[in-house]
Each structure stands twice: as structure tokens, then as C-alpha cells.
Design a protein around this ligand. Structure first.
Ligand code: KIV
Ligand code: ZN
Length: 432
């Protein structure tokens, strides 16, 4: 049924990746209050933004995009609420997004009057389709837009010398931009901003619409890292969206390819299919023994606040933190978990079948792991009886009890609590 041929991918690459490994967390950047908010049917109220802001600070995100103050009065007011109320912790830097247009850049700086430090995030679109079909400009025309904006940013920053300004530029739609052109336009911005290794600028490379696999995106990031001049004066950042379901994978591979900074949202809200989910990526690192340097010890609080602020509920099978992630319904899984838990020593590396981490690490309780319903085998019920009542049934008795447990859970079409299993045991095997 295909009507159009797919758009050609930008430059193919030789697959010559060296062996790489992740050793440390990236610089995390929250886009919840901007990309996330902009994608909601009903944008957040000021009160919701305040709650989400507090959550982001509590989780430990140190760079927080607070909005598009030049384009949105509520965003402007929110920025003022933060600054006028002295609400930005000393170790947190806020970021404000602006298109590359003089009056928007001026208004962005105006909104930030009185701030100690801030990131000015300038962007313009660079992809072939944007150049040809939206802006109807050639490459030089698009570079002019970026350079003019960069100059205006610089002039505004120089007019406010007491502030620590950090400068960020995004060639928006980077991943559908020819890699050589992406480097060229960033270098043109660099020539204006003149960064040094002690005062680095940020080049944020958005996967604005995810059109290719994460390996392809990683090649693009690697190409950029290897070819941009003055690399030591640049922080390479990625901003991935989830159109193919690969936002986290793309960000993770991008880190292997050289990116040092990652923009995303808590639990993945954002335009269309969402932004990269910071919780998943952080937990992926954690699961590999890398400290994500975020406090994810209370995911239920994150889930609650994000839901309250976005209106979007969490899928129960959401990676790492969904309600059903640490449950096992199948009998063989339950049995394997029970056996592994018995052998798991307190100080040993975690090695439990079907449980990638100790659920207690994120405030979940593995006591809830085993649930007994009509699908489960004998392992689950034995586990619950032993755990909750110290009843260690001989094998013949387990075999005899199992059909009763199965029949009862079929009858109620649901799960049985350990007390119900015990009642079944006593009713079918009464003591004389
Ligand atoms: O997805 C995107 O390209 C963006 C930019 C404005 C950074 O959100
Ligand atoms: Zn985005």
C-alpha cells in the first residue's frame, strides 16, 4: 500500500566503530517544561509547572530547560517566578529556548534579567527538507540565519556581563541534515561565539524526527565529534525523539559515539511519540553498574507528579518502573526467582533470574514479585506460603494443593493473596 518511496537516508557510513564502553553518566538536561509541555493537549498550569520543576530539582537534574519565554507569556512568567523568588538552586542552571530571530532573542534575555547563570539555547532548522521545502533557502542562507542569531545572542550576553551565560546551538533536524553541512553550520556559529576549553559551548544535535536506526544516528554523532573543529571547546549534546521507538537506544549509542550531554524528559513525554526517557536511560546505566547520578529511589513519586502535571498515565509495563515490571505470572519464572532469591547473598552481585536489578534499589519490594493466578505454577504459591506464614510444604502436598489454587483463581478470574492460598490449604488438608 505504499504510496511514496521513503526519503533517502542522509550519507551512509562505514561501520568502523571501535570497541567502546560507557563509564559515566551524561550531563542530564530536562526538556519536561518545554518539549514536554509543548506536546500536551492542555499545556501545564503554572501550578503544575512549579510541581514538576520541584520534582526535576529533587531528582537531581542540573540543567533544566524552562521554556520558550519569548514565544509564550506563561513561560515568561514562570521564568520570572523562578528568578524573582530566588528559586533556582546554586547547582542548577536553567535554559531558555529561542528561535534565531532578533526580537525573540532580545525578549529571551529580557525574561532572564537578574539570573546568575543561564543557558541560551538558539536553534534553526537545517535539514534538506526544511531548507528546500519550508524555508526555500540554500545552505548559505540557512547558515546566515544561524550566524545572525549567534551574533545577537553574543551582543545580548556581552551587554549583561555579570551573568554566567552558557551558549547552546541546535541545528534542528540534525539527523536529516547532511553531516558535512551540520559541521559547517556549527563551525560558523562557533566562529561567532569563540569558545575555549574553559568556557565551552554546547552543540545539541537533535534527532528531531527519528527516521533511522540508532546505529545510524550514532554514526552521525561520531562523524560530528570527529570532524568538528576545536572539539575540546565543545560539549556535544543529543536530543532524541521516539518516532521509531528508539529514542533511548539512540541516546545510549550516541554516548558511545562521543556525546557528553543528553536532553530528555522524565518518563518520555514530548512531541509526537515523545522525547528520550531520562528514567529509562538512567536505569539502563544503573543496571550496567554505572551511577546515573540521579535520585531514582522513589519512582512512584516521579510517576505520580508526572501524571498529575501531564495527565498522561504510565504504562504498567513501562521499562524499569512500571507497576508490573517486578511481577512474575508464569510458573517457571516464579520458580526460578524463588530459587535464585534463596541463593542471593546480601553482599554478592545481584544474580536473580528474571529480575534485572534488586527491586528494593528503587523502592519496590520484591515481596510483591510473586503473584498467584490461574497461569502460575506451584512455585509461586509455595513462595507465598513460606514467606508469609513460614509454611514449607512437602512436594506431594504442593502437587495436591495446586489444582485447588488454580480452580479458585479461575473462579474469581484474578489473583490470589497468600491468605487465600493458606485458607485453601487448611480447608483441603484439615488437621485431625
Ligand atoms: O526536537 C527538536 O529538534 C527540538 C529542538 C528545538 C531542540 O526540540
Ligand atoms: Zn525536541
Amino acid at each position: 500500500h505504499r504510496k511514496y518511496r521513503p526519503a533517502p537516508r542522509v550519507t551512509g557510513f562505514d561501520r568502523t566503530w571501535p570497541e567502546r564502553d560507557l563509564t559515566q553518566a551524561p550531563i542530564w538536561v530536562s526538556e519536561d517544561l518545554r518539549d514536554g509541555n509543548q506536546a500536551l493537549l492542555e499545556p501545564m498550569s503554572v501550578d503544575q509547572k512549579k510541581r514538576l520543576w520541584q520534582l526535576l530539582v529533587d531528582v537531581g537534574i542540573k540543567e533544566i530547560m524552562v521554556g520558550f519565554p519569548s514565544a509564550s507569556q506563561p513561560d515568561y512568567d514562570f521564568v520570572r517566578w523562578l528568578i524573582d523568588g530566588n528559586r533556582i538552586p546554586a547547582d542548577v542552571t536553567i535554559a531558555a529556548l529561542t528561535q534565531s530571530r532578533d526580537h525573540l532573542i532580545d525578549r529571551t534575555f529580557e525574561s532572564l534579567e537578574g539570573v546568575d547563570k543561564a543557558i541560551i539555547h538558539l536553534y534553526n532548522s537545517t535539514s534538506t527538507v526544511q531548507r528546500e521545502r519550508v524555508f526555500e533557502m540554500d545552505e548559505d542562507g540557512i547558515i546566515d540565519i544561524a550566524v545572525e542569531g549567534a551574533r545577537r545572542v553574543k551582543a545580548n550576553a556581552e551587554a549583561r556581563p555579570g551573568v554566567h551565560w552558557r551558549l547552546e546551538y541546535s541545528p534542528e533536524s540534525f539527523s536529516t541534515t547532511e553531516p558535512e553541512f551540520a559541521v559547517r553550520i556549527c563551525e560558523a556559529v562557533m566562529d561567532v561565539w569563540q569558545p575555549t576549553p574553559d568556557d565551552r559551548i554546547i552543540f545539541n544535535l537533535p534527532n528531531t524526527v527519528e527516521m533511522a536506526g540508532p546505529h545510524h544516528h550514532a554514526d552521525q554523532i561520531e562523524y560530528f565529534c570527529q570532524n568538528v573543529k576545536n572539539r575540546e571547546s565543545v560539549i556535544v549534546s543529543v536530543h532524541t525523539h521516539n518516532d521509531r521507538g528508539g529514542a533511548v537506544a539512540a541516546a545510549e549509542l550516541a554516548m558511545l559515539a562521543g556525546a557528553e550531554r543528553v536532553e530528555g524528559t522524565l518518563l518520555g513525554n514530548g512531541e509526537r511519540t515523545g522525547n528520550m526517557d531520562i528514567v529509562i536511560l538512567a536505569m539502563n546505566l544503573y543496571g550496567q553498574g554505572i551511577d546515573p547520578e540521579l535520585d531514582l529511589s522513589n519512582p512512584d513519586e516521579i510517576i505520580r507528579v508526572v501524571h498529575e502535571c501531564t495527565g498522561i498515565p504510565l504504562h504498567p509495563r513501562h521499562p524499569w518502573v512500571g507497576e508490573l515490571v517486578y511481577t512474575a505470572f508464569s510458573g517457571s519464572h516464579q520458580d526460578a526467582i524463588r530459587k535464585s532469591l534463596r541463593k542471593q547473598g546480601e553482599d554478592e552481585p545481584w544474580q536473580v533470574a528474571y529480575l534485572p536489578i534488586d527491586p528494593r534499589d528503587i523502592g519496590r519490594d520484591y515481596q510483591a514479585v510473586i503473584r498467584v493466578n490461574s497461569q502460575s505454577g506451584k512455585g509461586g504459591m509455595a513462595f507465598l506460603l513460606e514467606r508469609d506464614y513460614g509454611i514449607n510444604l512437602p512436594r506431594w502436598m504442593m502437587l495436591a494443593l495446586a489444582p485447588h489454587v488454580q480452580a479458585e483463581s479461575e473462579k474469581i478470574a484474578g489473583e490470589l493473596a497468600s491468605s487465600q492460598i493458606r485458607d485453601l490449604l487448611f480447608s483441603h488438608f484439615s488437621r485431625r
